[in-house]
Write a protein that binds this ligand. Structure first.
Ligand SMILES: [Zn+2]
Length: 345
C-alpha cells in the first residue's frame, strides 16, 4: 500500500554538510521510505522554543559542553506538566531532544550564517530540505515541507515569504510552549493577536493551519477563521481524546470541526497518545466521528523514541494490521494516501 505521511521529524536531525536522508539511526531515511512504499512524506521544520536556545547558550557559555553538560541542559528542558491533563508524553524527548540537537549544531560552528539563532536554524533546515528534494523525487517520493512551532517567525510575518517559497503546506502554531502566536495544548488561552494575523495570512496564501499541539481554545479560533476563509485545516499528528484522555488528542467536537472544514487528522504512533485501547480503536473512532474523508497518517517518526511502528519501512505492517482488524479496503486507502493527496497535491 502506498502511503502519505503528514508529519515526521527527520529534518530536525539535519546537520550542515550531511544529508538527513541517509542516517541509519533515523526512523525515516530514504531507504526506509522506499522500503515502506511511501508516496508523499511531510518533513517538519521544527525550531525549539526560544527559551531552549537561551538555555543552550548558557550551557555553552559556562563551558559545560561535555556530554554531562549537554545532559543537564536536556534534563532541564523537561517542564512540569500543566494542570488538567496527562503529560505531553515522549514527543522529541530523551536522546533526540531539541537541546541536544542545538548543542550539536553549536559544535559545528555554523560559519557564515547570520541572524537570530531560531531563524539560523530554520534556514539550515530549509537548506537541508531543498537539498534532499531531488533525491526523494527521483525515488518516487514527494517531499512536502511543513512547520511545527510557529515560534519560528519570532513575531515577523514577513518570514512567511521564505517559508512559502520553500513550499510549506501545513503550519503549526505552537509546539509545547507558549509563543508569539498563542498557547499550547493543556494550557488556558488561545491565539494571540499575532496568531490570528498569521492564521489569516496562511489561509489567504493557501497554506493549511495545523492545530496539533495548539490549546483547545486556539483550536476553535483557528476553526472559525478557517471556516470564514472556506479553507480546510489539519491536525497533522493527533488521535482521539475520548479513546485516550491525553491533552495532545482531539475531543469529538474537534474531530467533527476538522472534518466539517474538509480537513485531515493524521494518525500518530506515539504510545503515550495511543494508550491501552490500541491504535485501531483510535482509527475507528476518528472514522465514526469525523467520517472516512478526515483520516490520514501523521506518524511522528523521529519525534518520539519508541513509536508503535519502528520506522517508515514498517508502514506495510501498519496497513496489514488495520486490514486484519477489519478496516474496509476503501477506508484504508483513504487513510493511507487518498485523503492526504486531496489537500497536498
Ligand atoms: Zn509534534
Amino acid at each position: 500500500m502506498r502511503y502519505a505521511d503528514l508529519h515526521c521529524d527527520a529534518l530536525t536531525a539535519a546537520a550542515p554538510g550531511t544529508s538527513f536522508l541517509h542516517r541509519t539511526t533515523s526512523q525515516v531515511s530514504l531507504e526506509k521510505l522506499v522500503g515502506g512504499d511511501c508516496l508523499l512524506q511531510c518533513f517538519a521544520l521544527f525550531t525549539p522554543p526560544a527559551q531552549d536556545f537561551a538555555r543552550s547558550e548558557a550551557v555553552k557559555t559556562a563551558g559545560k559542553r561535555s556530554a554531562a553538560g549537554d545532559g543537564r541542559a536536556r534534563n532541564s528542558r523537561s517542564q512540569p506538566d500543566p494542570p488538567g491533563g496527562a503529560g505531553i508524553g515522549a514527543e522529541k524527548s530523551g536522546a533526540g531532544g531539541p537541546v541536544e540537537k542545538i548543542s550539536g549544531k553549536e559544535k559545528t560552528g555554523e560559519r557564515g550564517e547570520t541572524g537570530a539563532p531560531v531563524w539560523r536554524r530554520a534556514q539550515r533546515c530549509l537548506s537541508a530540505f531543498l537539498a534532499a528534494e531531488g533525491e526523494l523525487s527521483a525515488a518516487g517520493i514527494r517531499p512536502v515541507l511543513t512547520v511545527e512551532n510557529g515560534g519560528v517567525l519570532e513575531g515577523e510575518l514577513s518570514r512567511l515569504d521564505a517559508l512559502e517559497r520553500a513550499g510549506v503546506k501545513l503550519f503549526g502554531f505552537t509546539w509545547n510552549e507558549e509563543n508569539e502566536l498563542g498557547f499550547p495544548c493543556g494550557r488556558p488561552g488561545g491565539l494571540k493577536p499575532f496568531g490570528k494575523r498569521v492564521a489569516e495570512e496562511l489561509l489567504s496564501r493557501g497554506i493549511y493551519p495545523d492545530v496539533s499541539h495548539l490549546s483547545d481554545e486556539g483550536f476553535f479560533e483557528v476553526a472559525e477563521i478557517a471556516s470564514a476563509f472556506r479553507v480546510p485545516f489539519a491536525a497533522s499528528h493527533s488521535l482521539a481524546r475520548s479513546v485516550c484522555p491525553h491533552r495532545r488528542n482531539l475531543t469529538d467536537e474537534q474531530i467533527k470541526a476538522v472534518a466539517d472544514g474538509g480537513g485531515l487528522i493524521g494518525v500518530n504512533f506515539v504510545r503515550e497518545f495511543i494508550g491501552k485501547a490500541g491504535i485501531f480503536a483510535h482509527v475507528v473512532h476518528l472514522w465514526k466521528t469525523g467520517g472516512e474523508d478526515v483520516l490520514a497518517v501523521g506518524s511522528d517518526f523521529d519525534g518520539t523514541d519508541r513509536p508503535l511502528y519502528a520506522g517508515a519501512d514498517e508502514m506495510p505492517r501498519f496497513f496489514e494490521d488495520l486490514a486484519r482488524a477489519g478496516l474496509p479496503a476503501s477506508v484504508l486507502e483513504k487513510l493511507a494516501f487518498r485523503n492526504a493527496l486531496r489537500l497536498l497535491s
